[in-house]
Design a protein around this ligand. Sequence first.
Ligand code: GLC
Length: 565
Amino acid sequence: MMNHLAWWQTAVFYQIYPHSFADGNGDGVGDLVGIIQKLDYLQDLGIDAIWLSPHYPSPRFDMGYDIADYTAVDPIYGTLDEFKQLLDGLHTRGMKLILDLVLNHTSDQHAWFQESRSSRDNPKRDWYIWRDGKDGAPPNNWYSIFGGPSWTYDETTDQYYYHFFFKEQPDLNWRNPDVQAAMFAAVRFWLDLGVDGFRLDAIESLFEHPDLPDHSGRYTDLDMFRTFQRDPDAPSFADTSRYLFTYQMRQPGIHELFQEIRALVDEYDNRVLVGETDDVAYHGQHNDELHLVFNFSLMHRSPITPNGIRANQQERLAALPAGAWPCNTLGNHDSPRAYSRFGDGQNDEAIARLALALMLTLRGTPFLYNGEEIGMGNWLPSDIATFRDNVSLNAYQTMVRLGTPPEEALAKAAASGRDQCRTPMQWDNAANAGFSPENVTPWLPVNPNYAAGVNVADQLANPDSLLNFYRRLLALRRQTSALIAGEYVPLHEEAEEYVAFLRKTAVSTLLVILNYSPNPLTLAFDVAETGKVLFSSEGEREGETAVLATLPLAPFEILLTEPNQ
Ligand code: GLC
């Protein structure tokens, strides 16, 4: 049916955050055995591929995005053998697995950095970025995106090392061919095991300007901090990041490096690379870099409106280099949960259905985030002792230092931090939502709404649940080639209450209508006189023949119709 498409173009991806997915050994932390136990659940849900957030050994200063060994499994998650079982279990079920690949930096506990910092003439010295200070101060005025200077002084050798993120995450020197060779060997290690590809982390900061010039000084990291805290008087994110990080992001060298990574991956059959960037330029001018980049511009719209969706699609699809394939997402382990962010407090459930419908009906590969399918929302830590995200902890400390009363600082830090979207997956109605046994304290507090129906078991049993809505729509997408391969043709481009578009292949057409309003509507389409209703969020309409010139829609209805030609 869609033979000309690669698996990653037809697949729906599901991100698993391993710390929070399923605690197989009852220690309060998710693990590989836990994931293996849930494979039938995932297959039954109807997703095709998993992106696993880092599973490598790590001191977890940045929750695994600080890797201490690129070719092993962190003992807290299990063993390499269990990893192979997981991969095998997925492959036998016809599913795929991609891993997180953190190229920009390692952990400061990685043996490479330990060697590098040991002496100025260590063979690995130049694997990282070491410089002399200037008059007792760092080499230049660059900041870390997580706050504070991006240089940390190391007494052993009386020099500073560079880090775009935390000081526990020293940047690798990608201009050193030995770094590339070592990292490429790690990439091969996983590809040889049969892993289906990688999600590439933090790719825009891989290279720094070689002369390390000062930035213009127009903003400080406190301005950036206020921007992140959504302070209304703070400069925009675009401004702070453009001025502050002029020489630390998007430097020459990235495209050439991606061409090489792509060539490596292409030595293997059917692998995929997806990059943590919004920038379609990373597909490469000849489609010779990353297969997919995320449509973050859509995800960052808040709220999501019909006009916003159309504007996004128009820009995005036009900007894609010829032959490149779109990729949509609304949430991940770094951003507030879609359920809370897009919800209006009154129609959250209906809005969550629209969010999924949008992901599954737009042209491109959808990425879902674990827990979305049961409507998991943000859960804000209320006690500083339960904060696990060091970005939030830093934010709290900075605000208190700047004079914010501790209670207010706590609330703000929690609301802008990342713990809120990383709480344990809610499996059932038992204590700890079935994530961990009753006598264990999970690593982050469980959202108490598990007891009010926000859990897998209750929702599986309820035909009208969000989870069953996910299952139905995922199943439909899989068997509807227009939804996967069809061109996107916007209709009614002025409509403020709804979006309507066709997905059109040479042989089939689908009319998609998403009513974003709390009002019933009657719409008129002239694509055909009648259409067969393939899917409706108001289940009972399915199979009906609809008259397209007077098409009624319920509030927030999602309607997929096949026009009769
Ligand atoms: C990416 C990850 C994020 C991490 C950062 C540094 O943005 O998604 O979780 O903190 O990179 O590795």
